[in-house]
Every structure is written in C-alpha cells, then in structure tokens.
Design a protein around this ligand. Structure first.
Ligand SMILES: Nc1ncnc2c1ncn2[C@@H]1O[C@H](COP(=O)(O)OP(=O)(O)OP(=O)(O)O)[C@@H](O)[C@H]1O
Length: 301
C-alpha cells in the first residue's frame, strides 16, 4: 500500500502542505505520531477517500485508489477500509449488534465472532449511550472490522481509555492483527502503542512522514500484584518518553515500587529482567543501573 500525495491544508498558523511518501507493507502495523495540527487525521482521511489530495497517487495491492493525473478517485465505499475515529461515531439509535450489521450490510457469522472477541456478546442489544467509553470503543473497533477491510485506520483509538482498558484493547488488537493478517495505520501520541503494537513508526514533521525507531526497551517503574500473578510483573511507563527516542532522556529515574510485600520475599521467583530490591537505593534504580543489568537491552514481551 503506497501513498505519494501532496495536500495543502489551512492550519491555525497559516498554510501547511503535506508531502507524503508512506508505504504500508501488507500485514504490518504502522504507528504515526506528530504534533497536534500536523495533519495526521488528514492522512487517514486521504487513505479513506474522505479528503482529496491535490496531487499524487494512492495504490493498494496493485489497485489505484487515487491518481490525480489519471483523474481516478475511488469513493470511500469502494475502498476497503475500516476507520475508527477518536469519538467512535457509533449510530446512537442502533444497538451494538445493529451497528455492526449496518456496517456489514447484512447479518453475517462474523458479527457473532467479533462480538465474542471484543467481549460484547452480553451487550449486543444495548444502544451506545448505555455503554461505557471503553465498551463503545470496542464496538467501534468491531464495526470497523466487520467487513474484513484491507486497511484498518485508527485515529487515537485508545486516547479516552484508562490504562487497564488500554492494555485490554491493545491485546485484542494485537491478536486480531496477527490472526486476520490486517494492515493497520494507527495514529497515536502514546509511545506504549508503538512499543506494544508497531512494526514501524513514523512522525509527521513539517508535512513529511519521517521514520523513527520503535521503543524496544521497557523501563521498569513499578509493579503491582495483579500483574505479578500473571507473570508479567512489570509495569512499563514510556508515556513521558518521546517516540523518536528509544532511550529515556538523561537523568530519567526508574522507580522500583517495593511497597507490595510480595516483593520482599527474596528474588528467586522473579523474572530475569526484574530488578531485585538489593539493586535499589531507597526504592529507586537509575537508568544507568538498569542498563547495566539489562546488558543486552532485552526486549520485554
Ligand atoms: N479539508 C481541509 N482543508 C484545509 N485544511 C484542513 C482540512 N482539514 C483539516 N485542515 C487543517 O489541517 C490541519 C491539520 O489537521 P489534522 O486534523 O489533520 O491534524 P492532526 O495532526 O490530526 O491534529 P490532532 O492531533 O490535533 O488531531 C488543521 O489545522 C486543520 O484545520
């Protein structure tokens, strides 16, 4: 999937011209970040056919979706995309199931499969206003997938969710992405999205997409009991780190939360990358100390 387009936008600070060269390899998940107003949503809208580029081409698996010179501009309904906006945009007068059925154009077994995957089976008769933000978000994702799109476009889909829910929905998305062999473009400001999900990451800088490294190292800041029981044991906080960097800025402190009494019980059953309390001074472990421990910069799965 290949985008080579230009588009003049009217930004708050004057003109902004997007000059985009962005390839999305089949089966990949690409994260796009950038400052507010940089044009991220506009890029998604151009893929979806909701915003017409001024010039250039858009090709998907050999099909031309847009070609300014040839005057080709496929309408949104002829582009196989699933789109999830920040505000979900569910049909308020339709139930969860009806939202999916409307998007599918008919009843299909896939609706039940998606309701199951997104844990919505019990909620299928409800209207959106009787759902929590997290539930509405899962409906929006399920609805975007119900036609098995070639391209999934997600505009900050986790922004309104609390951290626990984010983890759940990321997990579902990651599984679906693999099992359905989706190609996804995800707009996000959250480095954790890139860390957990991305094959590639780009930043939108002065109208151009610039590839940036994906954070590959997790930095331990605290643990909690529930995660320990799940053998995950690490609470990872990258939110304060810029996406472009794969190491924290100098002076970053990594806080080891020894408050949970379970962590006082010696270190023999701790995961290998987890620091022991012996390593910590006053409950804190500096980045440099952590780096020495993780001499291979081991990825955290
Ligand atoms: N159809 C349009 N024609 C001209 N300018 C537009 C059009 N749509 C959006 N813009 C302007 O383009 C700029 C980029 O908007 P866009 O929503 O793509 O940014 P963004 O990076 O997604 O921002 P945010 O992170 O705040 O959502 C904005 O200043 C917006 O007003």
């Amino acid at each position: 999937m290949e985008m080579r387009v230009t588009k003049a936008l009217q930004g708050g600070d004057g003109h902004l011209t997007l000059d985009i060269a962005l390839d999305l390899p089949p089966g990949s998940l690409t994260v796009l970040s950038g400052p507010s107003g940089a044009g991220k949503t506009s890029i998604l809208r151009m893929w979806a056919g909701l915003l017409k580029p001024d010039a250039g081409t858009l090709r998907v698996n050999g099909d031309v979706w847009f070609d300014a010179a040839q005057r080709v501009n496929l309408p949104p309904q002829k582009r196989s995309v699933g789109l999830v906006f920040q505000e979900y945009a569910l049909f308020p007068h339709l139930s969860v199931r009806e939202n999916l059925a409307f998007a599918a154009g008919m009843e299909t077994p896939l609706i039940d499969e998606l309701l199951e995957v997104f844990q919505l089976t019990q909620l299928q008769a409800r209207r959106p206003r009787r759902l929590s933000g997290g539930q509405q978000q899962r409906v929006a994702l399920a609805r975007a997938l119900v036609r098995k799109p070639r391209l999934l476009l997600l505009d900050e889909p986790f922004a309104a969710l609390d951290p626990e829910l984010k983890d759940d929905v990321r997990q579902i998305l990651r599984q679906l992405h693999q099992t359905w062999d989706l190609t996804t473009l995800l707009v996000s400001h959250d480095p954790l999205d890139a860390f957990w999900l991305a094959d590639r990451a780009f930043q939108l800088q002065s109208g151009k997409c610039v590839e940036v490294p994906i954070p590959r190292t997790a930095y331990v800041v605290s643990t909690d009991a529930a995660r320990q029981e799940m053998q995950v044991a690490l609470e990872i906080q990258l939110r304060t780190l810029p996406l472009a960097n794969d190491v924290p800025p100098p002076g970053t402190r990594l806080v080891w939360n020894g408050a949970d009494s379970r962590q006082e019980k010696g270190s023999e059953d701790k995961p290998r990358d987890q620091p022991s309390r012996d390593d910590c001074e006053g409950g804190k472990l500096s980045f440099e100390q952590q780096q020495k421990r993780n001499d291979n910069d081991a990825d955290v799965q």
